[in-house]
Design a protein around this ligand. Structure first.
Ligand code: FES
Length: 160
């Protein structure tokens, strides 16, 4: 982890004014901001850990808890809600064996619900690692989860 953090900080020439982009890059790399990574950022940039925590907790985009490699956000806004979102939530929770807002133990999936994503006409909307999937229903969600599981398997095989 140390080398990853060092190379991110080097990219910003060790300038503590770039703390937010540094944290963004760390999160992109590790999917969340582990304590160990924040300690390294603190010592290399010579910024107090208390200030780093303040920044990391201020921005909603940062997470101090482990997050999955695959991040799923389902819109729970009114327009999506009335088109069957509660059923989709139940389905995803059952398939992944986690509750809304949780991450699977193997750190593969994080499933969250969010407020209106501004694309109501296409609702229900599911965003997977930034990619929008519109007009979701249980059948489409099932297919999407199967596809993601297959991709996961492939990437696991690639590692071994
Ligand atoms: S309510 Fe879901 S995109 Fe607006």
């Amino acid at each position: 982890m140390e080398n990853t953090i060092k190379s991110i900080i080097d990219k910003y020439e060790g300038d503590k004014g770039f703390l937010v982009p540094v944290l963004q890059d760390v999160q992109k790399e590790l999917n969340y901001l582990p304590r160990e990574a924040l300690d390294l950022v603190s010592s290399i940039l010579e910024v107090p850990i208390s200030y780093i925590f303040e920044v990391a907790t201020f921005y909603k985009a940062f997470s101090l808890d482990p997050r999955g490699r695959i991040q799923m956000q389902l819109c729970k806004g009114t327009a999506c809600h009335v088109r069957g979102v509660p059923l989709i939530i139940d389905h995803v929770e059952r398939e992944l064996n986690i509750k809304e807002g949780e991450t699977t133990e193997n750190l593969e999936y994080t499933f969250e619900t969010v407020n209106c994503l501004g694309a109501c006409a296409l609702g229900p909307i599911m965003v997977v690692n930034g990619e929008y999937h519109g007009q979701m229903n249980i059948a489409k969600t099932s297919r999407l989860l199967k596809k993601l599981a297959k991709e996961s398997e492939k990437s696991e095989e690639g590692k071994s």
